[in-house]
Design a binder for this molecule. Structure first.
Ligand code: MIG
Length: 666
């Protein structure tokens, strides 16, 4: 049961696809205070799930969060905002319900921060739709809330099956030779690979939809040579459009008024990688259509995958703020500048980058009305993703295109996947990624994953191994790192052989992962669940936030600590432990319900098969194009069967997904 409560005059974010009538009764559960605050008393036993891409554990209690999309590469425990805003929560306890604050601006969640027993939600304005979702009868209250919510927000995006292969990326591949080298080294190391990512250096002066001919003389040829090896090239597209006379995207955008405007009606100027840029007004359907059409420049060269970056949008600085700052500095800096002035001086420089005040300085054209960006900030990235998705559906109507974005809002899950942004090569960031997965699934995002090995900072050989052992379970499985950090392609490490074995295990698990993904898509379910969503009567399960249920048959319990030779795992039911060194070298151990110390040396992957279940495993191969369904066997409990979802992996027509029950005897 879903009820909609409307406050004031909300902006239509298009997050919701089902039209509901607004309730005339009072908003239940919450006390509505003046100053636009929604207040809820929390009982000791209440657990708060959700908020998608946010810091801290699966239970969000005990911290305050701000949903205001940010280009923030510091994912710390006290970070308030990351790249996406996912305003959906489940309060689980004596009374269990879901709540979605459909609001495109800044919104704050104090979840037991000021007072442990109180949750306060407040926003810049109270013009918003609030949806309350009550559980259906039965044991699985949280899951029934998620399912209803997912029907409200529409079907999730499904990528082509090759997107489940392993991908190699790095900010730093500068030439065609760099790309060919990566492919060659993976081939030499005998490690499967399905994609190589192209970061901003492939462009001419960071101009979207251009290719630097001096470094990539023939992209079409390169892309076709790579396809012959089963490798797809996936270029990046940034939100800002370089201001440069004669550059078609710039000229057309100016001529047609497709860019965001400043208060005087001039095209707004910010600075990002290309230098001065304009930001396409993705809230304007005409601008979306126009920008989306540009992807054809790359699809014409055989490209069938993209990642959209910097679409919060990230702004390094604006000329106006810089000028003001320079003026102020002159006043502050003097011969006998005091220490307070000195800190003010350095602070001014720090404040230039990513200054949220810049979001109050530009406007969108929504049905002829000028809307300040600040008020709709959180849906900008989503609409860039939408522009690409809608265009690619036109350019290539029959086939799915790989597509994921950095910034998002609920609704963006219909248009693409997301990656979890600029993490660091920190052990704690393996855990952080894992803890976001169920909350992202709740919000509809199914094609998700993080930068494996860590983006910022230097990774280590053992960290890469443990990270791979975690990420090989996530739909998006990509090794990506920042320019200037330690090189981290798998062939850079002395244990390349064992790392390769893990990638081969990933390929043998794709039939299971892809099937569970399709299942979650088709039935509006979660692929990654907290244990407590299924073991609802189990109090210990509520505290477990470093293990997840993956689909119907698996529980994962990754190792994310340096020098660990194993870990404690809680089994909410008897399960089968699988300990694998390679596709052919593994053992299985039946374990009872309860806490176990499970040994796993560095080169050993562990995971668990749930009681009475099995998973389909295929013969491993070099690329997803070579997966042979004829080689699928079940692994797990004897006599178990498995409901396998499958399709041809590429058609846009998702009604062709079929289901087959398989056992080891057929
Ligand atoms: O300011 O394109 O999150 O994946 O490698 C950094 C360069 C811009 C941020 C993305 C990251 C990408 C990087 N980008």
């Amino acid at each position: 049961m879903i009820r909609k409560y409307t406050f004031g005059n909300p902006f239509n974010t298009e997050a919701v696809v089902v039209k509901l009538d607004e309730e005339k009764t009072l908003l239940p559960f919450f006390e509505v205070r003046e100053k636009k605050e929604f207040v809820l008393r929390l009982k000791d036993s209440d657990v708060v799930y959700g908020l998608g891409e946010q810091v801290r554990g699966i239970n969000k209690r005990g911290w305050h969060y701000t949903n205001f999309n940010a280009d923030n590469p510091h994912h710390h425990e006290d970070t308030r905002s990351l790249y996406g805003s996912h305003n959906f929560l489940i309060i689980s306890g004596e009374e269990t319900f879901g709540v979605f604050f459909d609001y495109p601006g800044r919104i704050e969640y104090d979840i037991g921060y000021k007072r442990r027993d109180t949750m306060v939600i407040s926003a810049d304005s109270s013009d918003m739709d609030i949806y309350i979702i009550l559980p259906e009868e039965g044991k699985y209250k949280e899951l029934s809330i998620v399912k209803q919510f997912r029907r409200l927000i529409g079907k999730s995006y499904v990528p082509p099956m090759w997107a489940f292969g392993f991908g190699q990326s790095r900010w730093g591949y500068k030439t065609e030779d760099d790309i060919r080298q990566v492919a060659l080294e993976y081939e030499k190391a005998d490690i499967p690979l399905d994609s190589i990512y192209m970061d901003i250096d492939y462009m001419d002066s960071y101009k979207d939809f251009t290719v630097d001919k001096s470094k990539f003389p023939d992209l079409k040829q390169l892309s076709s040579d790579m396809k012959d090896k089963g490798i797809h090239l996936v270029p990046i597209i940034d939100a800002g459009v370089k201001i440069e006379k004669g550059y078609d995207v710039y000229e057309e955008g100016v001529a047609e008024n497709y860019f965001c405007k400043d208060k005087n009606g001039e095209d707004f100027i910010g600075a990002v990688w290309p230098g001065s840029v304009h930001f396409p007004d993705f809230l304007n359907p005409l601008a979306r259509d126009w920008f989306g059409g540009k992807y054809k420049v790359l699809t014409d060269s055989g490209i069938d995958g993209f990642w959209n970056d910097m679409n919060e949008p990230a702004i390094f600085y604006t000329r106006d703020r810089l000028n003001d700052t320079l003026k102020e500095m002159e006043e502050v800096v003097s011969e006998n500048m005091g220490i307070i002035e000195f800190f003010h001086f350095t602070g001014m420089i720090e404040d230039l980058k990513g200054n949220e005040g810049d979001y109050t300085k530009f406007y969108h054209n929504v049905d002829g009305k000028m809307i300040c960006h600040n008020d709709v900030h959180n849906i900008y990235g989503m609409n860039m993703t939408r522009a690409a998705n809608e265009a690619l559906n036109k350019i290539n109507p029959d086939k799915r295109t790989l597509f994921f974005s950095r910034s998002s809002y609920i609704g963006a899950h219909r248009f693409g996947g997301i990656w979890q942004g600029d993490n660091k090569s920190w052990w704690s960031h393996i855990l952080l990624s894992m803890q976001q997965l169920p909350a992202l699934n709740m919000a509809g995002f199914l094609f998700i994953g993080c930068d494996t090995g860590g983006f910022g900072c230097d990774t280590t050989e053992d960290m890469m191994m443990r990270w791979v052992q975690y990420s090989l379970f996530t739909p998006l499985f990509r090794n990506h790192s920042s320019d200037g950090t330690r090189l981290q392609e798998l062939y850079r490490f002395s244990n390349v052989k064992n790392l390769g074995e893990m990638i081969k295990i990933r390929y043998s698990l794709i039939p299971y992962l892809y099937s569970e993904f399709l299942k979650a898509y088709k039935n509006d379910e979660m692929m990654f669940k907290p244990l407590s969503f299924e073991f609802t009567e189990d109090d210990l399960a509520k505290d477990i936030d470093d293990q997840l249920l993956l689909g119907d048959s698996v529980m994962i319990a990754p190792i994310y600590k340096q020098n660990a030779h194993g870990r404690y795992v809680y089994l909410p039911e008897p399960m089968m432990l699988i300990r694998m060194r390679s596709v052919d070298d593994f053992e299985t151990v039946n374990l009872t319900k309860g806490v176990h110390y499970v040994k796993a040396d560095l080169n050993e992957l562990i995971f668990f098969i749930r009681d009475g279940k099995a998973i389909p495993v295929c013969k491993t191969c070099k690329s997803t194009s070579q997966i042979n369904p004829g080689t699928i066997k079940l692994m797990g409990f004897k006599d178990a069967t498995y409901e396998q979802y499958f399709d041809d992996g590429i058609s846009s027509d998702l009604s062709r997904i079929t289901v087959k029950t398989i056992g080891n005897n057929n």
